[in-house]
Write a protein that binds this ligand. Structure first.
Ligand code: ADP
Ligand code: MG
Length: 145
């Protein structure tokens, strides 16, 4: 499996990395987006949305498990499964239509639903390293993109 490590030193750089992922995304791609609170997951996702050609504001789907954006080059399905109590809740929303459909899925807190994540999921992990500065982030991309 391919692993790439990218270092950013500002929110703008992380955003631009998201833009390039969004521009290159293909139908049926599923990404797991991992990292602690405040690390830059939303910054990254906003970049992906821009790269897909979405102009409406993108925020974390706080009250729903999935937020759907149909405006871009491909449908964009943004999941936040943090509040899921049981993986059956994913069945209830019909997650397979999204994971195995023609759009691009990003799943925050995918570790909570590991058992249903597709085998070809691309894992993107954002981490701080305060020794390298407050705005430093190491972004690890595991899988084929
Ligand atoms: P999360 O969604 O992971 O909880 P956010 O994207 O909402 O995190 O917030 C990340 C915060 O970190 C923002 O305030 C952003 O400006 C700041 N930040 C500083 N440096 C970076 C960087 N290199 N990449 C992304 N965000 C950064
Ligand atoms: Mg967030």
């Amino acid at each position: 499996m391919t692993t790439r490590k990218i270092e950013t030193n500002s929110p703008e750089e992380t955003f631009e990395l998201g833009v390039s992922i969004g521009k290159n995304a293909v139908p049926g791609q599923v990404f797991a987006l991992l990292g602690d609170l405040g690390v830059g997951k939303t910054v990254f996702i906003k970049g992906v949305a821009k790269g897909l050609g979405i102009t409406e504001p993108v925020n974390s789907p706080t009250f729903t498990i999935v937020q759907v954006y149909e405006e871009g080059r491909l449908p964009f399905y943004h999941f936040d499964v943090y509040r899921i109590a049981d993986v059956e809740e994913m069945d209830e929303i019909g997650y397979e239509e999204y994971f195995f459909g023609n759009g691009v899925c990003f799943v925050e807190w995918a570790n909570l639903i590991e058992e249903i994540m597709p085998k070809n999921t691309v894992r993107i992990t954002i981490a701080k390293n305060l020794d390298k500065g407050f705005d430093y982030r190491e972004i690890t991309i595991q899988g084929e993109i």
